[in-house]
Design a protein around this ligand. Structure first.
Ligand code: FMN
Length: 172
């Protein structure tokens, strides 16, 4: 799919069918996120791939009963890894760059999934400590976003956006 078709056609999906995503598609998504830019190319993030049913159910509970997490074929959990960024960027690395690194990678994964005809929704509302325990991540890995991936079982709904002249500010 053309890049502009991907970004115009991607929508959040919160209901997934039973069909699992194939290993090749998952690999392509993982390779795409690995191409994301990061501060100093340090890639200060880690990605946990959750396919196990009981782990997905635990993620539902950790996210205030967002049931669609259990329906997804796979859930990617993006964690910032502050120590990787601290080495070069100190406080700015730990408070900002590592989170940006993780979320850009999540965006790359989201768009790659859309290009493959798969559906996702960005999930940011969850208990970080619970999610960290579910994926067996160490303290230094902070869960910042989750991305369920699967086949849509609902019609995508086009959400409105702010007008460009409201959010774009020309600087003279
Ligand atoms: C930082 C962030 C956190 C979000 N958290 C959640 C969430 O916890 N649960 C959810 O259903 N959607 C969540 N969303 C998805 C947004 O609701 C959705 O992207 C937005 O309404 C625009 O709709 P669209 O993705 O279909 O264009 C989140 C999106 C972002 C970027």
């Amino acid at each position: 799919m053309d890049y502009f078709d991907v970004i115009n056609e991607r929508h959040s999906i919160r209901a997934y069918g039973n069909k699992p995503i194939d290993a090749d598609s998952l690999q392509k998504i993982l390779e795409a996120l690995d191409r994301a830019p990061s501060a100093g190319n340090l890639q200060a993030y880690e990605v946990y791939v959750v396919a196990d049913e009981s782990c997905k159910r635990a993620l539902v509970k950790a996210s205030g009963d967002q049931e669609f997490l259990a329906q997804a074929s796979v859930v990617l959990v993006f964690c910032s890894h502050a120590a990787r960024s601290k080495v070069r960027y100190a406080e700015r690395g730990t408070s900002l760059y590592c989170v940006q690194d993780a979320t850009i990678a999540c965006t790359f994964a989201m768009l790659a999934a859309a290009a493959l005809g798969l559906s996702t929704v960005w999930v940011g509302a969850f208990d970080e400590d619970e999610v960290r325990e579910i994926v067996h991540a160490p303290q230094g890995h902070r869960p910042v976003a989750m991305l369920p991936i699967g086949y849509a079982a609902e019609e995508p709904r086009l959400r409105p956006r702010r007008k460009l002249n409201d959010l774009v500010h020309q600087v003279w």
